[in-house]
Design a protein around this ligand. Structure first.
Ligand code: AMP
Length: 414
């Protein structure tokens, strides 16, 4: 089956076409036919296509909304210009898989999109007012362009964390607030944490219930997950993706009393303070320079910038603190897995985070760590009781596989 994978954002649309089915999944033989992105939707959009591992092709077009962007992409894919031999016309796209950010307590697994599922995603809008509406626009655009008969599947970023026990997901606030508004920890990056847990046990030849690891997704957004016996036991993001680790522009954990203090001192509304914690904090807020880790590391090495150093130190300290907390919560683990743009590509950040974890049985191999950039690798010394893995994430592959499995009626093994 040729699956179109969509990740619709407020002004961008990421897409891939992945050929997969139950045999390909079993043999780990899925084929990525195309990947691409539409940026700056709403104006003169930039569309990038990359066929297989070939060169990137850039086009520009005036695309007013997601529907126009999707129409453009589908026409291009089905045209001879794309050169994708597996897709001669739109009918060669067999299903569409969507990344949907928030599934609340309603969705504990991926789901074939029906009117009822659309209503369910709408019911979660209160929990993700920015993300779920854009995801829904993507779903509706597919219905409009490809018809109701095109099978669509929603893969939720929260679903992997549905296994959190109540003591991990409830906040210590008046209980009726949970009952009234479902205020609790949901966790995010679930597709990524689930993917790396699957790759980890494949690399180690383990059954799912033998996988005990702390997964660190460190990108522009960052989160940690404690995965015991293959399921998520705790995770650092909360009701929204603001809680937990230090991120590119998000603060992660802060004392909630800070909000009203900032509001009164700076003359801001609570909404404006929340926006400040989401968009002007984290690495950007501390450094005053950038949310981009690579640039920060450059500033540190080239100019010994004090605040770049501070931002990096706070980022790494918080990540290490969560590893310690999760090792305690899980009663120990066998591995830490790094993923996401920073986790996959920055040996220096991995080294700083792992520093001082020898007590937990972690013995980093400096050489292997330096070499491991953007590829699967173990970066600890042979015999290290706590292993460290680098595993590049592949959320799109998981979405494509879930889409195929849902449609073909096979339970999800990963
Ligand atoms: P993501 O959101 O997963 O795409 O990750 C984006 C983050 O990864 C940005 O902060 C980038 O600066 C960071 N990143 C990507 N490559 C590197 C690298 N080689 N070294 C350090 N950070 C990197």
């Amino acid at each position: 089956m040729n699956i179109l994978v969509l990740n619709a954002g407020s002004s961008s649309l990421k897409f891939q076409i992945i050929a997969t089915d139950l045999d390909r999944i079993r043999q780990d033989a899925d084929a990525r036919l195309l990947r691409g992105e539409v940026d700056r939707i709403g104006g003169e959009a930039v569309v990038t296509f990359q066929k297989g591992d070939g060169p990137k092709q850039k086009l520009t077009a005036s695309l007013r909304d997601i529907s126009a962007a999707l129409d453009y992409v589908i026409r291009w894919i089905a045209s001879p210009d794309s050169g994708i031999s597996e897709i001669q016309s739109v009918s060669d796209i067999h299903a569409v898989g969507h990344r949907v950010v928030h599934g609340g307590e309603l969705f504990t697994d991926s789901a074939i999109i029906t009117d009822e599922v659309v209503k369910g995603i709408e019911n979660c809008i209160d929990l993700a007012p920015l993300h779920n509406p854009t995801n829904l626009r993507g779903i509706r655009a597919v219905r409009d362009l490809l018809g109701h008969q095109m099978p669509q599947v929603a893969v939720f970023d929260t679903a992997f964390h549905h296994s959190l026990p109540v003591h991990a997901y409830l906040y210590a606030i008046p209980y009726h607030l949970y009952l009234r508004y479902r205020i609790r920890r949901y966790g995010f990056h679930g597709i990524s944490h689930r993917y790396v847990a699957y790759r980890y046990r494949t690399l180690r030849n383990l059954e799912r219930d033998q996988a005990n690891l702390v997964s660190l997704h460190l990108g522009n957004g960052c989160s940690a997950a404690a995965i015991r016996a293959g399921v998520s036991l705790d995770t650092s993001m909360g009701m929204t993706p603001l809680e937990g680790l230090v991120m590119g522009t998000r603060s992660g954990d802060v004392d909630p009393a800070v909000l009203s203090l900032i509001a009164s001192k700076e003359g801001l509304s609570l909404h404006e303070v929340e926006s400040m914690l989401n968009k002007q904090s984290g690495l950007l807020g501390i450094s005053g320079l950038t949310n981009d880790m690579r640039t920060l590391q450059g500033e540190l090495t080239e100019h010994d910038d004090r605040r770049a150093r501070l931002a990096i130190e706070i980022f790494c300290y918080r990540a290490r603190k969560y590893i310690g907390a999760y090792l305690a919560a899980m009663g120990g683990a066998d591995a830490i897995v790094f993923t996401g743009g920073i986790g996959e590509n920055s040996p220096e950040i991995r080294r700083r985070i792992c520093e001082g974890l020898e007590w937990a049985g972690l013995s980093l191999d400096e050489n292997k760590n330096q070499q491991a950039v953007g590829r699967e690798e173990v970066v600890t010394k042979e015999g290290s009781r706590l292993a460290v893995y680098v595993i590049p994430t592949d959320e799109e592959l998981l979405i494509a596989r879930d889409t195929a499995r849902c449609i073909l009626g096979e339970p999800n093994p990963s």
